[in-house]
Design a binder for this molecule. Sequence first.
Ligand code: NAD
Ligand code: UGA
Length: 457
Amino acid sequence: MEYKKNILCIGAGYVGGITMSFIASKCPQYKITVVDINEEKIKSWQSDKLPIYEPGLNEIIKIAIGRNLFFSTNIEKEIQEADIIFVSVNTPTKDYGQGKGKAADLQYWEKTARQILLYSDHEKIIVEKSTVPVKTSLAMERILNSNSLGIHFEVLSNPEFLSEGSAIKDLEEPDRILIGSKETEEGLKARKEIVNIYTNWVPKEKIIESNVWSAELSKLSANAFLAQRISSINSLSALCEKTGADIEEVSFAIGKDSRIGSKFLNSSVGFGGSCFKKDILNLVYICQNYGLTEVANYWESVVKINEWQKNRFISNIILNMFNTIAGKKITILGFSFKANTGDTRESPSIYITKKLLEEKAFITISDPKALDNAKRDFNNIQGITYEIDPYKATYESHAILILTEWDLYKNLDYNRIFKNMKKPSFIFDGRNILNHKELFILGFNVFSIGKKTLTHF
Ligand code: NAD
Ligand code: UGA
């Protein structure tokens, strides 16, 4: 088949794998290849057992695989043949050297740029899909255009805004697509190429065009704003617990103001996921580098409140279980960082489990999709068992912690669960998803976030 253009994506992770599969399903005229250094991951993308769980992903892949969607480890050949290269490699927080703990580690990005440089023999458009610090494109362009062959590379920014668990819907009906480029003739021409891909299914008015640095900074800022809403509501949850106000009533009331809006105001045990913390800390680091101390401190407080919220939850458990959980069985229902994904990166449940183990509790972890990742996270640490069946997982437990808002946990037979638990039985609902009054009537002592405690003592 004759393709209009060859598109390559470097990095077959959550973003690269999902976005490219989706674009391929919508645009049969482009040949889309996704490469990765991880051979196992590529094999998995080529098989029926995908490397990640994402609702609707299997169906999307079936439309395009073998037609115009390909997964490969032959990075050299695919770079040579590509006209447009999306780079979607990981950009974690640096855990060494200057900027340790805050700055983005751009080593994978830079290695990719050097590979592109090494294998290219004609001009290409390079698109940053990874979330990167503002001005990264400038550095990349300098590396790429340092070649002696006179090949021109145009670097654009097209940050991804999908959310795990709802990725396919987010891609199908995005709030916006953001494409940043230089405002030179070549930059604008390259920008048009990328716009043309998205107009295959996205209405033109939803495609925002900007300069490249605005696009880079908008991505970091969007994540910071979203996380800031969660920290704001979580900070107020503590005040609710002290005053008798109810965080859900407060959240509902403030969300009705159309200037504020109702989304992202669910109080929780704290936000997780691979990006919020890393992206805010990256923003903080950039501000510090520009001498904007107050701005840096402002955004850093969003992360600090999130850490505090997790610690508050843990202290509440220990305090209310008579100041000791040593030797007690505690069951965690929900381990992924949010519902509808198996991803556990930066999940609050990891931190909470570690802290409870330090208190010498025995932990049983249950989750419909995240048990393999949970086992990997703890790598055979003593004191943890894994059980997918919530009824078996809660058997003879002293306490249940709800850490992910899976629908499954809303409809369990809590009467049956209560009968099989040690008494007094505790539930700590870190997501406010259960019917607390009913649980209290069944005999549970119920603790939630920012709501009245219901105990039989
Ligand atoms: P990921 O870790 O799931 O995937 C990254 C992949 O890149 C890995 O499979 C890794 O093996 C591969 N890789 C690294 N170096 C490579 C190289 N030189 N050549 C080929 N492959 C290489 O990460 P992710 O969650 O997909 O995130 C990727 C980027 O997208 C990050 O910058 C992240 O901040 C951003 N982002 C993520 C999400 C999300 O929901 N996960 C959403 C929006 C943006
Ligand atoms: C987030 C953003 O929503 C995406 O737009 C962005 O593309 C992505 O980060 C990224 O850059 O990686 P994601 O992390 O997949 O997406 O999931 P979210 O739905 O944002 O949830 C993040 C965390 O916040 C979860 O732990 C979730 O449970 C928590 N959360 C969310 C709350 O505690 N309360 C809320 O009201 C909403």
